[in-house]
Design a protein around this ligand. Structure first.
Ligand code: ZN
Length: 309
């Protein structure tokens, strides 16, 4: 494998979270937010649980939100050491607000952050979703917010990934229930989802993993060579990076950041059309090869779900 040298990670690939019952999750992410269900598969470590992937019409990296809907997941809560919000970019916030109001969906705002207008809402499990006006593309990610006790160590990792500090606000709130500092980092080779906000908060909240919390944040590598080059560079700054793991739709490497948040770097290829027709993504249950022999049993165990129109 040839290692390709790249100056910066271009942006987010996907964000993975934990949810409660899958039908409520689908109703919100497809019905309310207008995302497309682009893959219906199972948790590869626990095939009795779905792994649902949402994205834009093309299932493009930088738009992919994924969930493990544990039917009996206890409620989680964001706190320091966790990613606490995911943000989408939209070209026309007024239209989005009208649509949400028309559907009787509550939201916070509009408010302004770093010169851009934004609103925030919560999914059925309490995950904070922000919608930010700016950028030409609809439906892709804008940024994630990482809630931290201390910004410096995580900032160093982002800098090693080719991000630079572009803005800061010392009186930020950001849905934490307290006030703190928000610092924006942006890729120096930016594509979709190129911003990462680091924030502190004086809220007395202890994070607890569970439904409504983000499990990890995945960044993009355009190909396997870039991924290997990032793996070496991250190891060189002391990160303990996993070997490359085949996740069927991308190859993944993972590492725990000093601030407590699990990062992943995922490749663009092969993508979500590797095992089904791009026109029919997400319609059928897709299983990795090793589980095909158990399909009947798995289908019996998984809850019935219906994709909202
Ligand atoms: Zn992932």
């Amino acid at each position: 494998m040839t290692k390709t040298v790249s100056a910066a990670i271009p942006g987010l690939h996907h964000v993975t979270a934990i949810s409660g019952p899958p039908q409520d999750n689908l109703n919100f992410w497809v019905g309310t937010l207008g995302q497309r269900l682009v893959k219906r598969t199972v948790n590869f470590d626990d095939p009795g649980t779905y792994h649902l992937y949402y994205g834009d019409a093309d299932a493009a990296p930088g738009s992919i939100m994924t969930f493990f809907p544990f039917v009996d997941a206890g409620p989680g809560r964001a706190g320091a050491g966790m990613a606490s919000a995911v943000a989408y970019a939209v070209p026309d916030l007024d239209k989005r607000m009208m649509d949400l109001a028309g559907a009787a969906v509550d939201f916070e705002g509009p408010f302004e952050r770093f010169g851009e207008r934004a609103i925030a809402l919560r999914d059925p499990d309490g995950l904070r979703v922000e919608i930010i006006e700016g950028g030409a593309r609809d439906e892709g990610f804008h940024s994630v917010t990482l809630w931290l006790d201390d910004l410096a160590a995580t900032a160093n990792v982002l800098e090693a990934m080719g991000y630079e500090r572009v803005a800061d606000d010392e009186t930020a709130t950001g849905g934490t229930g307290g006030t703190g500092t928000r610092v924006r980092y942006r890729s120096t080779d930016p594509e979709r989802g190129s911003a990462v906000d680091l924030m502190t908060s004086d809220a007395r909240s202890t994070g607890r993993p569970g439904a409504g919390t983000i499990h990890h944040v995945a960044f993009r590598a355009r190909d396997a060579g870039e991924q290997l080059a990032w793996r070496e560079r991250l190891a060189a700054i002391g990160m303990r990076v996993t070997p490359v793991i085949d996740r069927q739709y991308f190859d993944a490497i993972y590492f725990q950041t000093p601030g407590g948040i699990l990062f992943e770097i995922a490749t663009d290829p092969p993508g979500f059309a590797v095992d089904e027709d791009p026109a029919h993504l997400g319609e059928a249950l897709k299983l990795p090869e090793e589980y095909e022999a158990h399909r009947a049993r798995i289908e019996q165990v998984l809850p019935q779900i219906r994709v909202p129109s």
